[in-house]
Ligand binder design. Structure first.
Ligand code: CO
Length: 422
């Protein structure tokens, strides 16, 4: 397998939760010589320096300072979270069987969650002698499953069944005797007394490359870990220019981005401000030569339902990254930002596709639209084409991930003069 694809699969398999995904990205950054900054400390930054910071364990920002002049910012934003089920407080539901109480995180397709091995992952806050410590937890075994009702008991199952998340989607943990044992299992994994937790269900299925030419990739959370990976790889591979490259991976996109680690927070704006203050740069001038690539996966035309796509703007798997357009600016791409992104891709030898919603189908929104409220710079909304968005097991094109890596490498090396427009 191509080593880049192999690395992407390793990332996907090592990311059963948003916290694990961010820990993997942090590890990529620190292995490449990036130094961790802390929000609560004074930043002394130097030309040639490489830095990153995290927030809440589920968002990560990285940047590096060129040796020469700094004349703008080249920024990408992607997201670390995925639609899934979150474990509730007091989750055990004892009875004939022991089930767990969960609630929806984001807008998922529900049916794919049934009849597959699941487990729990996330982070817990453990009480230690020094105070609270955050600890990653992954119960790395087949622990849970949400069983379907047999067709004999629900003859309507194939006629558009309406799932009730409070009834139909409760995972089975064990028999009657399993009651009272979950916290012990979690505390054993965490290594201490748990005072708080953010734990999510995940599917145990690993990333797989498949198809006649091994051209497809299926895995949980391709939206948006595929983009987070491509942006991070491009960021790390890029050459210095006179822009400050900034990598941003936010949490909470699937629930509206309103959290301290989401795109609606001031995290990115504050970071740009602090970079300028530390290096005595004129922020307004730099922002006038700055650009944001908002990278969040896009809908590929569906093999069985081509009618849902706009006829002239229907991306295919393995056709290249997608520029997303929407007149109401739910996607922030405009003529200028599209032209900049197309130029970047042209330099990288990467083909670009376009996406518009069918005029009678309302689409989603993305990070670009939200982060613009905090940092107002030209933005291109892009993504990689995929199928089954918000399923717990999504499908994308292998070559598209590699194309994004190439495109983002070119983007992060762009000179500031190409980003300015009056
Ligand atoms: Co997304």
């Amino acid at each position: 397998m191509n080593p880049s694809v192999q690395h992407l699969c390793e990332f996907l398999d090592a990311s059963p939760s948003v916290y694990h995904a961010v820990a993997f990205l942090e590890n990529m950054l620190s292995s490449a010589g990036y130094n961790r900054l802390h929000l609560g400390e004074r930043w002394s930054l130097a030309p040639g320096g490489k830095y990153y910071l995290t927030r809440g364990g589920s968002a990560v920002l990285a940047f590096r300072i060129p040796e020469g002049d700094c004349r703008g910012f080249a920024i990408s934003a992607s997201h670390s979270d995925r639609p899934c089920f979150k474990l509730k407080e007091n989750p055990e539901l004892p009875g004939t069987y022991t089930r767990l109480a969960v609630e929806r995180y984001g807008g998922m397709l529900m049916a794919p969650w049934l009849d597959r091995p699941l487990s729990l992952a996330g982070r817990v806050l453990v009480e230690t002698e020094k105070g609270l410590e955050s600890s990653l937890v992954n119960i790395d075994r087949d622990l849970l499953l949400i069983p379907n009702v047999a067709i004999h008991m629900n003859r309507q199952a194939n006629d558009g069944y309406k799932w009730n998340p409070a009834v139909d989607l409760l995972p089975l943990l064990g028999g009657k005797d399993a009651a009272g044992k979950l916290m012990g299992l979690l505390e054993q994994a965490a290594g201490g007394k748990i005072l708080g937790s953010d734990l999510y269900l995940y599917v145990r299925e690993k990333a797989r490359v498949w198809g006649m030419e091994e051209e497809f990739l299926s895995a949980p959370a391709l939206d948006d870990l595929e983009c987070a990976w491509g942006c991070t790889r491009g960021f790390l591979a890029s050459e210095d220019s006179d822009v400050i490259p900034v990598l941003a991976v936010f949490d909470s996109e699937e629930v509206g981005s309103n959290s301290v680690q989401g795109a609606a927070s001031t995290l990115l704006a504050d970071t740009l401000e602090r970079i300028c203050a530390a290096l005595d740069l004129a922020k307004g001038e730099l922002l006038s030569r700055s650009f944001l690539v908002s990278a969040d996966n896009a809908h590929a035309v569906h093999p069985n339902h081509p009618e849902y796509a706009d006829p002239g703007n229907a991306p295919v798997l393995n056709g290249g990254p997608v520029l997303k357009f929407n007149a109401a600016q739910r996607y922030t791409t405009d003529g200028f930002s599209a032209a900049v992104f197309r130029r970047v891709c042209g330099k990288a030898g990467v083909k670009v596709q376009t996406y518009c919603n069918r005029a009678d189908i309302a689409g989603g929104s993305t990070l670009g639209h939200i982060s613009l409220t905090q940092v107002s710079i030209p933005t291109a909304d892009i993504g990689l084409p995929q199928l089954a968005m918000h399923s717990c097991y999504e499908t994308a094109g292998v070559r598209d991930a590699l194309a994004l890596e190439e495109a983002m490498t070119a983007f992060y090396g762009i000179p500031a003069s190409e980003l300015a427009i009056d």
